[in-house]
Design a protein around this ligand. Sequence first.
Ligand SMILES: Nc1ncnc2c1ncn2[C@@H]1O[C@H](COP(=O)(O)OP(=O)(O)O)[C@@H](O)[C@H]1O
Ligand SMILES: [Mg+2]
Length: 266
Amino acid sequence: MQRTAHNRRSDSGPVSSDWGEKSHMNYIIEARDLTKIYESAVQVVALRGVTLEVKPASFLAIMGPSGSGKSTLLNILGALEVPTKGQLLLEGTDIATLTDDQRTLLRRRRIGFIFQQFNLLPIFSASENVALPLRLEGVPAAEADRRAGEMLELVGIADRRHHLPSQMSGGEQQRVAIARALVAGPAIILADEPTGNLDSTNGERIIGKLRQLVDEQQQTVVLVTHDAAVASRADRVIHVRDGVIVEDFDPSHGMPASGTTLEPRA
Ligand SMILES: Nc1ncnc2c1ncn2[C@@H]1O[C@H](COP(=O)(O)OP(=O)(O)O)[C@@H](O)[C@H]1O
Ligand SMILES: [Mg+2]
């Protein structure tokens, strides 16, 4: 199949996942035996064999203590970090078969990432930050600006649209980061503690919106949270501890009895 790095979106709907050969897609994300070892001053094994399959149009919450590997897992699922060992398929495509440019395009077109540290561009206004994913895909400035405005409205900070990140509170920056992640309608939304800096009203508003995107737009959400109330809105909750999944359950069936853990996969 002919592919080019220059093809543009021709409409405002989700882009096609035109990444070559793929098996029939039962899962939008398939991670097999992910291991991540950081070779810093001391060696840190952040993930030790995580296998995870995520259904399309589902909402997965990841919980676990600080340092257990949640952000590392999310970054690998978003093809931002490369696992030391293991395999990742996104929409049926093994990302190891993609060139760096293809991986960048896949991230840009198919994934919306809400980072724990926001990662807003400091010299751009709120509105410019939100418009950026659209501008990178060739959406004209006026339309990108209009859609950015709608997203800022949605997250409740339209009145901050001309502010720089440095002129906003942590919670406001977080909402800009959320608006930026959602603006292009990505198939996969990865969110690292997206409500961590928000009051309960705004947190609930964001989670309600994510729930709606899953239920009505068939987008897929994977979200890291410490908040059991947030996790209870997911279809599935996994608990990570010391780099392995130790619990995996449907929160509508209640939380697992304390002490219940899965044996880590061999
Ligand atoms: N870039 C890095 N270099 C070295 N160690 C890292 C790096 N990123 C994370 N770690 C370590 O990996 C482990 C898991 O980190 P992380 O995935 O951020 O955990 P969590 O998000 O659950 O708090 C921690 O021990 C952390 O210190
Ligand atoms: Mg983290």
